[in-house]
Design a protein around this ligand. Structure first.
Ligand SMILES: Nc1ncnc2c1ncn2[C@@H]1O[C@H](COP(=O)(O)OP(=O)(O)OP(=O)(O)O)[C@@H](O)[C@H]1O
Ligand SMILES: [Mg+2]
Length: 378
């Protein structure tokens, strides 16, 4: 009896415990996305999420890419917080991949203090701007990556040499970019936050302990971003200068309709148009063929260079919601295609599940940020 009561009270107490909520904020070029999570009994629980189109804040249509001032972004963020009932102040914000420079540097093995001294010096060879103008961050790539199957005498010498060196992933972000994001956070009244390059957030939200190389394809509005991830570490990244807004523009041109109308047609019909709607799907497939042929090139180059097979391409970003994309991508990409399902990493009401599965690719960055913030709370 005592035990039962004790357990009951403990459960009540656990429920009453007010663990702070955290919010992940993805400032995309066309949409702001936020996800609020809380930890309950060691598990991530979804509290609320939402998105807001930024186009209208720049006098553009919904779905179009923008480049907004700090003030405009902060205003939009406040609007979205109100709309989505975001109450958390503890936040994490993403920095776009395009605002960074990623390099893999080969360094002699040394301790982390020495590395901290040597990397800024070595980075000068890779980074085309003065080192004083960037913020640097780095990760040593775990050694097991590079074991090469070469047992010849020459191979053994090479292997010995390799053992004395490590690969280091170095990320450089311009000071001005970091300042801009810090100002947005400040203007929006957020606290305890950190900034992270979106590709890292996406990788966290997308895989578990996947060790085989996987390609992430983020189909955004203005651009499509590719990243090859192995053991949770980014090995390679590439930006294609076409995105989902190019489909809208091409529908608008080929049908002679407004951008707003074209955006609706893209979402309603996508690649499934037949008969009178065939032109819509044709316009969409032209943009996609360009994107996928460049994706295949990056994929095959990596496979050839490292003699490894990329098992999957995981699609993320709002552009991945295009109707019929799964089949189209499946027949146009050289590897198996999956859709990111980042909401599966948390508890959420069962009735929301189908909705969350569909919306998942769009919210991968915001979810990855919120998950890291939760981890930080311990
Ligand atoms: N259901 C849908 N069907 C087709 N396209 C869609 C759908 N929902 C959103 N999109 C498109 O996805 C794009 C927005 O995707 P996302 O939110 O990932 O972009 P972003 O993060 O703002 O852009 P970026 O990452 O390039 O800065 C828009 O161009 C929009 O038209
Ligand atoms: Mg994005």
């Amino acid at each position: 009896m005592e035990n039962f009561l004790g357990k009951f009270l403990k459960e009540k107490f656990d429920l009453m415990q007010t663990e702070p909520s955290v919010v992940g904020i993805d400032i995309g070029s066309s949409f702001l996305k936020v996800v609020q999570l809380k930890k309950k009994k060691g598990k991530a629980v979804l509290e609320t999420y939402g998105e807001l189109a930024l186009g209208p804040y720049a006098g553009l249509a919904v779905g179009q890419a923008t480049s907004l001032s700090v003030e405009k972004i902060s205003t939009a963020l406040k609007d979205l917080f109100r709309e989505a009932n975001i109450t958390a102040q503890s936040s994490a914000v993403s920095i776009p991949l395009g605002a960074s420079l990623l390099s893999i540097m080969e360094m002699p093995i040394m301790d982390s203090k020495q590395l901290a001294k040597m990397i800024p010096i070595e980075a000068r060879k890779y980074i085309p701007v003065p080192i004083s103008e960037v913020v640097l961050d780095w990760w040593v790539v775990p050694k097991h990556y590079d074991s090469v199957d070469d047992s010849s005498a020459e191979g053994n010498v090479k292997e010995d040499e390799r053992k004395k060196r490590v690969d280091v992933l170095v990320v450089a972000i311009h000071n001005e970019t970091v300042d801009k994001y810090r100002s947005i956070i400040q203007e929006s009244g957020l606290k305890n936050n950190f900034l992270e390059l979106e590709v890292f957030s996406m990788a966290r939200a997308t895989f578990g302990n996947n060790t085989a190389p996987v390609m992430l394809l983020d189909f955004g509005a203005g651009t499509t971003k590719l990243a090859i991830v192995e053991y949770g570490i980014i090995r390679n990244q590439h930006i294609i200068n076409r995105g989902s807004q190019d489909i809208t523009i091409s529908i608008s041109k080929s049908l002679g309709v407004s951008i707003e109308k074209a955006e609706h047609l893209k979402r309603d019909i996508g690649l499934t148009g037949a008969g009178a709607d065939a032109d819509i799907s044709k316009a969409a497939s032209l943009t996609l063929e360009h994107i996928f042929s460049e994706t295949n090139r990056v994929l095959l180059n990596y496979q050839r260079r490292y003699n490894k097979t990329i098992k999957n391409v995981v699609l993320t970003g709002g552009g991945a919601l295009l109707k019929g994309l799964h089949d189209f991508a499946g027949s146009n990409l050289e590897t198996e295609v999956l859709f990111a399902d980042p909401f599966s990493k948390m508890e959420a009401p069962a009735f929301l599940e189908p909705l969350l599965k569909d919306a998942g690719p769009e919210f991968a960055v915001a979810i990855g940020l919120a998950l890291r913030k939760l981890q930080e709370l311990g």
